[in-house]
Write a protein that binds this ligand. Sequence first.
Ligand SMILES: Nc1ncnc2c1ncn2[C@@H]1O[C@H](COP(=O)(O)OP(=O)(O)OP(=O)(O)O)[C@@H](O)[C@H]1O
Length: 266
Amino acid sequence: MSLQPVMTGRGLTKRYGRVTAMDGADFEVFPGEVLAIIGDNGAGKSTLVKALCGAVQIDEGEIRLDGEAISFSSPMEARDAGIETVYQNLALSPALSIADNMFLGREIYKDGIAGSVFRMLDKKQMRDFARDKLTELGLMTVQSITQAVETLSGGQRQGVAVARAAAFATKFVIMDEPTAALGVKESRRVLELIQDVKSRGMPIVLISHNMPHVFEVADRIHIHRLSRRHAVIRPKDFSMSDAVAIMTGAMEPPADIALPEGAVLN
Ligand SMILES: Nc1ncnc2c1ncn2[C@@H]1O[C@H](COP(=O)(O)OP(=O)(O)OP(=O)(O)O)[C@@H](O)[C@H]1O
């Protein structure tokens, strides 16, 4: 049996009035890999991942999840299907606790009438789950799970966002510039987290402008150029300057899309 992609996009097109943000873009992510997406400003990377996670609706093309054609009308639907997104601007509520943030929008209610009628939250279960997930990823350095997110450092907040995504994703996690706002030490921790999440078998799609970070963690690099996929390379086959040259059009892209071992494209 060949390795099948978790998600594929074919001919994805998105127009905003006269601007074509995505123009026949292809995409695929396979089980167990970190797929980085790079491209110049305005190349259409964000539009692509927004289409994959239901935040943008495509005008043309087809998206398949585990081989089934899907069309998410909201990020909530993509989340329900097992695709979690960690946004650059951290979609956390600062005033809420770590545990409450982890369960934002998917709170656990108490059993019986207390939950079904009076909508009482099962705070203990949520706290225990949040603590377990943060501990699993080596993130329980915070004093308490009931601590407000606004009291955490940028790196710790990013940790909570990654732990939340890793805890609930069943298909893959999308990370949009997860290290952009962080210092050197905090970025390092996030890169380790990416490796940890990958080692649990969860694929990651990582948008980043940071070439050293991309080359450190990616198994494959999807290069986006002029609103579509231009190339897919393996970091071990190319240098960072080659990747940038392909991205800017200064170097011809390789003829073939690099695939994980054992994978075929239909
Ligand atoms: N909501 C929108 N309305 C109008 N134009 C848009 C919208 N979103 C994106 N665009 C345009 O589509 C193109 C692709 O944008 P996109 O944000 O996907 O690029 P990007 O590769 O993620 O860029 P960056 O690296 O700067 O974040 C750009 O020309 C952008 O101005």
